[in-house]
Every structure is written in C-alpha cells, then in structure tokens.
Write a protein that binds this ligand. Structure first.
Ligand code: PGA
Length: 243
C-alpha cells in the first residue's frame, strides 16, 4: 500500500514544512505495512532529508542537466534524497508526450515515477481508455514495471468545481480498464505487479471505499496537510492490508 501526500504549493515556509513532515512522520511510523511518501515543493526537499520520511517530488524535467531555466532534473532530485516523483498531474497541464519522456528520464536515475492518468468528466470510460493509451502506450515494459500509476479523475480533485471524490463503483470500474490496459501493454505477469492508486478528494472517511474498489493506495492532496487526517488514512491502509 502507498500513502502519498501531494502537498502542492504548500506550506509557505521551510519551517512549517519541517514541522508538518515531522508530525506526519510521528503519526505514520507505526504503519509499517504502508509506504508513506511525502511530496513537498522543491525548495523544501533538502530541509526534510534529515527526517525519517520517504521523499518524492511533484515534477521533474526530461533532461538531467543543461540550459533549461527554472527546471529541476531527475538527477538533482535523486541527489536530494528523493525516491519518487509525481508526473503528469492535471494541474500542470502537460502533454502526454512530455509525461512519457519524464517517466523515462526519472527511471533512468532510479526514481519511481507516480504517473497520473484521469478523465476530465465523470461517466466517460471511452475518454479514460483513450487517455490511458495516449499517456502510457509505448513506454517500455521495463520502465512501466518500475512505475506506480494513479487513477486521478480530474473532476474528483478537491479543488476543482465539482471536487466531490469518486464513488467506489467509479473507481472499481476505472481500475478494471487500467488492469486490462496494463496487461495488454506489458503482459499479465508484469502488468499485475504495477501498483495502481486512486487520487481525488481522498480523506479519512472515504479511503476505505477506494481500497475496497481495489486501489493499492492513494495520492492525497488537501488531506495530506493535516498530520491527523493523513495519519488516519495511513492507518486505514495498514488495517486493510491486514484483513
Ligand atoms: P485532493 O488532491 O486530494 O485535494 O483532491 C489530489 C491531487 O490533486 O493529487
């Protein structure tokens, strides 16, 4: 199980980031069957590396170095102690081609990409299927098998207009599409080993429904800024793993 906190552009200071990460580490350290990953903004990564938290970034560039003003490379993230990187989040508005290149670049230095895939409107499985194809098709099996995929419907993200979270049924039918796509793309053995998470308005009250739907964890936005709520989400995952 993976409990991944996407802090987005929060909090405002390194001091607050340190306190938040410290409190989350304290709340989640007992949940040993859950891989808890914190994805703070780039400037806070170095400040958090002294804590016992697993770090991820929220993006990376396609190249490892060079004349790319304002960008951060996978190699730099690795050097800062990152093990994961979220790629293709809908808030970034990237092309599928760019996401694929970033996935390759991340795996090349040993980062685990957490690739977001989701449709814009609810009840559009054809669009979701096409999104899966556009975003993941052609990524080499060896690369995809080192990745984590997130079903993150754009309409379910807490900060969007609808922002209401998906239902258990929404998630279980979407995950069927993900599983069959992955098995077709990389084969049954590799495909079934790729973790698929859910993201979009996850909180301590609804997490169990997503786990029941088959998600192997969650990408948590808003609720990851509260140590108590994030800890409670991780606790549900730990319990669910035990059942
Ligand atoms: P949310 O964000 O949990 O606040 O909906 C999830 C995300 O955008 O990764």
């Amino acid at each position: 199980m993976f409990c991944v906190g996407n802090w987005k552009m929060n909090p405002s200071t390194a001091r607050d980031a340190f306190r938040l990460a410290e409190a989350i580490a304290e709340k989640t350290k007992v949940y040993t069957r859950v891989t808890t990953v914190l994805c703070p903004p780039f400037p806070f990564l170095a400040h958090l590396s002294s804590l016992s938290v697993t770090l991820g970034a929220q993006d990376c560039h396609t190249e490892q170095k060079g004349a790319f003003t304002g960008e951060v490379s996978p190699a730099m993230l690795k050097d800062q102690g990152c093990r994961y990187v979220v790629l293709g989040h809908s808030e970034r508005g990237e092309t599928d081609q760019m996401v694929k290149e970033k996935v390759r670049a991340a795996v090349r230095v040993g980062l685990v990409p957490i690739i977001c895939v989701g449709e814009e409107k609810p009840g559009t499985p054809d669009v979701l299927q096409e999104r899966l194809r556009l975003r993941l098709e052609g990524i080499p099996a060896q690369t995809l098998s080192k990745s984590i995929i997130v079903y993150e419907p754009v309409w379910a993200i807490s900060t969007t207009k609808e922002g209401r979270g998906a239902s258990e049924k929404d998630v279980s039918s979407a995950l069927l599409l993900f599983h069959s796509f992955l098995e077709e793309e990389v084969g049954q053995r590799l495909g079934s080993a790729i973790p698929i998470l859910y993201g979009g308005s996850v909180n301590e009250k609804n997490i169990l429904s997503f786990l029941r739907a088959g998600a192997q964890g969650a990408l948590v936005g808003g609720a990851s800024l509260s140590p108590k709520e994030f800890g409670s989400i991780a606790s549900s995952m730990q319990l669910y793993e035990h059942i």
